[in-house]
Design a protein around this ligand. Structure first.
Ligand code: NDP
Length: 322
């Protein structure tokens, strides 16, 4: 008997994480697509998930059996600070529409994407999965953070009331091909890659803001993609799961700069502007729960992942988001 057909709908399929999932599905022998699976990658052109009718039409069209829910209104610090209400409402609506239709259409499993910024601002380290609701998130993006926390509340309630198997994951900082390389409205790695590239092109200094001392856990988008697929297939709980490299693999912002300079082959003036403020010193998350469930998972070494990202940036520099 041939295995039953699965239709796996990936919302936000054109973004950093969605493109990485597509890459893994098409290229990885262990985590890649299997016989009987049909993968569908949505973009906002397929329908605006803020709109209930458009979301319902998508579910009617594809009749998914599984959903990886990535689509979100995401933005930089200043965008969030200026529009906490928009980030709260848009994401609440997107998440409500996706989960409601998943329940109505009998989807067997949903894995939604949260973010480590949802954790309480004042907390102890390392952060773990039990702490999600233990205090207010940072004030700068409380709209976005609270909307993401509500996914966990909905997952619990859908499970209690209807027996739905809806869960969520919490990735740390993601980087990789197809990121947003904008100089201001981007995350630290893609922004610095672009900055270093311009310094190289224009023969100007590559200056990093701050001391370079803060530590961060970065996850390569293709590692995250493998873990998303593993979560969809294997993770049995409704409560969220942190997807992160181990605590020992935290890297300093200086290490990030050094690796970018090396990967870019940049030989010009490279220094730190210590008059600029550093962000929070560290935000360490624990990946103990993940490693207890998937102990053999191998993360790509940071420098290898960064090299692949810089190569991709250079090859696609004329067409990428920047
Ligand atoms: P991107 O900004 O790269 O992609 C966002 C995706 O969502 C795009 O495919 C976009 O479609 C889609 N989208 C946005 N709004 C709508 C809408 N109203 N209707 C339909 N589709 C929409 O995001 P990432 O890949 O970086 O993030 C994916 C998930 O991971 C998000 O939930 C984010 O919160 C989370 N995350 C990301 C981290 C990171 O470091 N990047 C860290 C932790 C969590 P289109 O391209 O057509 O606009």
């Amino acid at each position: 008997m041939s295995p039953a057909k699965s239709v796996i709908l990936v919302t936000g399929g054109s973004g950093l994480v969605g493109k990485a999932i597509q890459w893994v599905v098409e290229n990885d022998s262990k985590y890649g697509g299997r016989e009987g699976e049909e993968w569908v990658y949505l973009t906002s052109k397929d329908g605006n998930l803020i709109d209930p009718a458009a979301t319902k039409a998508i579910f009617e069209k594809y009749r998914p059996t599984h959903v990886i829910h990535l689509a979100a209104k995401v933005g930089g610090l200043f965008g969030n600070m200026a529009a906490n209400l928009d980030y709260f409402r848009d994401n609440l609506l997107i998440n409500d529409n996706v989960l409601h239709n998943a329940k109505e259409f009998g989807v067997k499993k949903v894995v939604s994407c949260l973010s480590t910024c949802i954790f309480p601002d004042k907390t102890s380290y390392p952060i773990d999965e039990t702490m999600v609701h233990q205090g207010p998130p940072h004030d700068s993006n409380y709209g976005y953070s609270h909307s993401k926390r509500m996914v966990d509340v909905m997952n619990r309630a859908y499970n209690q009331q209807y027996g739905c198997n809806f869960t969520s994951v919490i990735p740390t900082n993601v980087f990789g091909p197809h990121d947003n390389f904008h100089l201001v409205n981007s995350h630290v790695i893609p922004g610095l890659i672009h900055k270093c590239y311009l310094a190289q092109e224009n023969g100007t200094p590559f200056i990093m803001a701050g001391t370079g001392r803060p530590l961060r856990q970065f996850i390569y988008s293709r590692d995250l993609a493998k873990l998303f697929i593993w979560t969809l297939r294997e993770y049995q709980e409704i409560t969220p799961l942190i997807l992160s490299v181990p605590e020992e693999e935290e890297v300093s912002i200086k290490q990030v700069g050094d690796s970018i300079v090396k990967a870019m082959g940049y030989t010009g003036d490279y220094r730190f502007d210590t008059s600029k403020a550093d962000g929070q010193y560290k935000k360490t998350a624990s990946n103990k729960k993940l490693m207890s469930l998937n102990p053999d998972f191998q993360f790509t070494p940071f420098d290898v992942a960064l090299n692949e990202t810089v190569e991709w940036f250079k090859e696609n520099v004329d067409t990428i988001r920047k």
